[in-house]
Design a protein around this ligand. Sequence first.
Ligand code: PRP
Ligand code: URA
Length: 209
Amino acid sequence: MSKVYVFDHPLIQHKLTYIRDKNTGTKQFRELVEEVAMLMAYEATRDLPLMETTIETPVSPAKTKILAGKKLGVVPILRAGLGMVDGILNLIPSAKVGHIGLYRDPETLQPVEYYCKLPSDVAERDLIAVDPMLATGGSAAAAITFMKQRGAKNIKLMCLIASPEGVELVQREHPDVDIYVAAVDECLNDHGYITPGLGDAGDRLYGTK
Ligand code: PRP
Ligand code: URA
């Protein structure tokens, strides 16, 4: 069974409060999502391997550490996942970015795929799939399936807010994928929205409603 990490860092929780607030406008919402994604990426990359190196400081030689060159990839689930990418790339500029286009059919709540482009060496990369919302879990589970069908082997899922149902579905369908979230909310409402949640992440990021 995969692990679920809920980040309780005060900066993440503080910023999440303003992301949730309906009075937060598009510009600030976008900035906050990017900032929280960066802070979450910092926490989610704790297990990156290091190797020893020697450099010269202005004072003396120093044995020190650098990243062991693990290849990383970030895969936003369009469109709302795009809002998290730049924050992560601020920390990991060498990561490649793949894109998966999915939308949730408003009637059936089932995910519909319309685009998929992943790095050609996807099998060698540690991948972080990103989407602000893990609601029914259908979109994230389908995106992870597409990634695996194209050769991905090592995948983490990073979301701002999850529902218990979404976590359960992803864990059931992808027990090898650890889940990183800032909050697990109470439930889904009758329209499949996370409650209390933050509303429609795509609309709030891009001002489409
Ligand atoms: C939202 C969100 C997730 C999905 C979550 O996207 O960004 O991708 O819904 O719901 P689920 O867990 O029940 O599948 P949406 O379908 O609204 O598309 P958009 O990002 O293009 O607005
Ligand atoms: N998609 C969203 O953007 N928000 C939700 O609460 C559920 C699905």
